[in-house]
Design a protein around this ligand. Structure first.
Ligand code: CP3
Length: 355
């Protein structure tokens, strides 16, 4: 399929032919593409500077600021893709859920969603609710040239966890109580969230996202049979809703070694892997027809350059037989990471894999 025939029709041929999108499509690449989850913000001093005095959610609603923060890691590290600067709770805020992102804590929901009556608070998302997103994508696609821009959303389970718990949770007790105790209400909640998430991804693709990643960060808390029964139908609904656009769909979660096949089967083209499962083993678990993304332990970046490079070589060796590989960390960049360690890593992967 050529760029001109691309169902989205907006992305330039050079973007379509980028190493990142080729790897996602399992085509031959000039070098292994690299980007980092949570590359925008967090460890960069230039990020802290532009964010000074501006609350997180407010910064997500200012198109010029969003564009600047999204571009910072591309300029600094030379990564092969940009990820749109936002947060997984932005679409929930946009439909009027009373939540905030507390520094050092994460998303906090004033009145958690736990009853059937609460479901009514989850109304449909329209493009007008997130017009600032469309505007920021417009600025970004002009600036980025051939560098693809990844759109993203939180998956229904991970969003439900924040909504039901009222904030970050280690054990997801309220979430699981609802899931096992009232399976019909749970299914209806996840279905609502699937519609909101799908609508939010559509806005991003129509505004110029070249790929999308669905973050199910906390779904590793579930056993495979429960994942298939309680979560997979909603995640599948999201992936199916955007299938027609033809942009690669990436799916990622932490601690999901036992769920990799099921998460792929939910409808992903690329399966994200954390550092607990080697990529060759992950490929056996996922099965044919999908690319993999991963999987350097983000904490390793606090070690020596030699240690980072030795482990990176092991990852690239394990990935050598894959149909497609996008190099990434096994979870997001940690806030105290030395930005130079990230730049060196990009350079190292590019040099090692140049063909
Ligand atoms: C679970 C999750 C969240 N948000 C996100 C996930 C999935 C990825 C993952 O598993 O890490 C996704 C996310 N959040 C943010 C991005 C930006 C784009 C990127 O660089 O990847 C992305 C992709 C910005 C952010 N999201 C948040 C910040 C920090 C807010 C601040 O600066 O005050 C940023 C830059 C806040 C946030 N938002 C969330 C948490 C747990 C926290 C607090 C912890 C933290 O500080 O990182 C929820």
């Amino acid at each position: 399929m050529s760029a001109e025939q691309s169902p989205v029709g907006k992305q330039p041929t050079a973007t379509y032919d980028s190493a990142f999108l080729k790897a996602c499509r399992r085509e031959p690449v000039p070098h292994t593409p690299v980007w980092f989850m949570r590359q925008a913000g967090r460890s960069l001093p230039e990020y802290r500077k532009v964010r000074e005095g501006i609350p997180m959610l407010e910064s997500c609603m200012r198109p010029e600021l969003v564009a600047e923060i999204t571009l910072q890691p591309v300029r600094r590290h030379g990564v092969d893709a940009a990820i749109y600067f936002s947060d997984i709770v932005v679409p929930l805020k946009a439909i009027g859920i009373d939540l905030d992102i507390k520094p050092g804590v994460g998303p906090v929901v004033e009145k958690p969603i736990r009853t059937r009556a609460d479901l009514a608070r989850l109304r449909d998302l329209t493009p007008e609710d997130v017009s600032y997103v469309t505007e920021a994508y417009g600025l970004l696609t002009r600036e980025l040239g051939a560098t693809p821009l990844i759109g993203f959303a939180g998956a229904p389970f991970t969003l439900a966890s924040y909504l039901v718990e009222g904030g970050p949770s280690r054990n997801h007790e309220h979430t699981k109580a609802l899931m096992y105790g009232d399976p019909q209400l749970w299914a209806d909640l996840l279905d609502r969230l699937a519609d909101i998430t799908a609508a939010f991804l559509k806005v991003q693709i129509e505004a110029g996202a070249s790929a999308v990643q669905l973050f199910d960060s906390w779904v590793g808390a579930l056993a495979p049979a429960d994942y298939r029964r309680f979560v997979q139908p909603a995640s599948r609904k999201v992936f199916e809703a955007v299938a027609g656009y033809g942009v690669p769909r990436i799916h990622f979660g932490v601690g999901t070694g036992e769920l990799l096949r099921d998460m792929g089967e939910a409808g992903a083209d690329v399966v994200g892997v954390d550092w607990r499962v080697p990529l060759d083993e992950a490929a056996r678990r996922v099965g044919p027809g999908k690319a993999l993304q991963g999987n350097l332990d983000p904490a390793l970046l606090f070690s020596t350059t030699e240690a980072v490079e030795a482990r990176t070589r092991e990852i690239l060796d394990a990935a050598a037989g894959l149909e497609g590989h996008v190099f990434n960390l096994g979870h997001g960049v940690l806030p105290d990471t030395d930005p130079d360690a990230l730049s060196r890593l990009v350079e190292y992967v590019h040099t090692r894999t140049a063909r």
